[in-house]
Design a protein around this ligand. Structure first.
Ligand SMILES: [Zn+2]
Ligand SMILES: [Zn+2]
Length: 173
């Protein structure tokens, strides 16, 4: 929770805040996420506007996951920017909570940073993370990681469907 009371609800007043918070659980997607408890560096600018507080920020954290093609662990970093307008909860009529993306509510002039961070991180992650852009994945026959062994091959087993054709061809000859 980030306290915005120092801004005194005076439109135009602003403050820069830097803080490090431990990553909440499930920050990211199953195949790529910020490890729970890992430090998330936040650099924020909070600015009072007429109807609330505009939060503009940047978050940096380590990422952990695995390549969807070859299952190698991925160690990466994420650096995301986000902006959210947080409305004063006592100036919005009950039942009129905003449903727009990029708009949320202050609670007693406190900003809940977790959903902002979660949205920004999830949006920035690739759905199909790979260790290298051209990761060739795994051998369909033996499961070996092809990037480690590009020359990898197997004795071509003759597919039974083709074996029949081969026999026909021999009959013709
Ligand atoms: Zn890979
Ligand atoms: Zn193989």
């Amino acid at each position: 929770m980030l306290d915005t009371r120092e801004l005194g609800r005076r439109p135009g007043s602003q403050r820069e805040v830097s803080l490090t918070v431990p990553a909440p659980p499930d920050l990211g997607i199953e195949v790529l996420h910020v490890p729970e408890g890992a430090p998330v560096q936040l650099d924020l600018r909070i600015e009072a506007v007429m109807e609330g507080v505009l939060v503009t920020g940047e978050a940096q954290a380590a990422l952990e996951g695995e390549c969807v093609r070859c299952l190698e662990p991925i160690d990466d970093e994420i650096d995301v920017r986000f902006q959210e307008l947080c409305l004063y909860d006592d100036q919005v009529a009950p039942g009129e909570a905003p449903e727009d993306d990029g708009v949320s509510m202050l609670q007693d002039d406190l900003v809940d940073l977790e959903p902002l961070l979660r949205d920004a991180v999830v949006l920035a992650l690739p759905f199909q993370p790979v260790c290298e852009d051209d990761c060739p994945g795994l051998c369909v026959e033996c499961g070996a990681r092809l990037a480690d062994d590009p020359e990898h091959s197997h004795e071509a087993a003759i597919d039974p469907r083709w074996a029949g054709l081969t026999a026909l061809k021999q009959d013709e000859d």
